[in-house]
Design a protein around this ligand. Sequence first.
Ligand code: MF3
Ligand code: CO
Ligand code: CO
Length: 259
Amino acid sequence: MPVIIKTPDEIQKMRVAGKLAADVLDMIGEHVRPGVSTDELDRICHDYIVNEQQAVPAPLNYRGFPKSICTSVNHQVCHGIPGSKVLKDGDIVNIDVTVIKDGFHGDTSKMFTVGKPSILAQRLIDVTHKALWTGIELVRPGCRLGDIGHAIQTFVEAQGYSVVQEYCGHGIGRGFHEDPQVLHYGTPDTGISLQAGMTFTIEPMVNAGRRNVKLLPDGWTVVTKDRKLSAQWEHTILVTDTGFDVLTLRRDEQPAQFG
Ligand code: MF3
Ligand code: CO
Ligand code: CO
């Protein structure tokens, strides 16, 4: 399928959806603390999206996914299903929020620490965040997807960590997962060339140990094979005439701090 170039009107709707998704992550932060269950986090996000934002939580019933957000704890890589698991001091958790507003999707995720994280956990989180922004800052018309994947992979591996290859970023718009696939590894000067009006996610999953993952019998939860920690951050990005816009920027984030 071709990559859909969004019109100015569609881009405006993507901005609204992206802002709402970011707002959910800003809202949930104070609730992520020892003793809370991932089900409670799901319920709070669901009610906020539906009642406050008058939007739709995209994961709910997506290909049979049973909840409104993904919560991936410690060695869980992505697509963790909220449940009775209670967060404890030292845990790390990725919360992945996707909302649909006025027919368009905004998709973003963030790492949270519960109580006091280990030095390793904090470093993994920081490296993964920097990997995301290493990719984002390359985005402009003419940049090729292989350049982005290569930059992310090179950065992560230089830190002694590994990039998960089975899951990737994706085009996004009226569809949750549109073309192109945005790999977080790759070869420079390969892949499609970016054009203004494209919207896609970058969402690297970085493992403290080996890159290998396995799918749990629930059909959704992806975990590291070696049971070492994994981290992920995600933004929805617009290609502009001169570079990029991050459509899911949060309160706690300013691009200047990464420049
Ligand atoms: N939000 C995830 C992504 O970044 C997709 C979750 S699909 C679900 O693409 F069904 F698990 F919610
Ligand atoms: Co995504
Ligand atoms: Co997501």
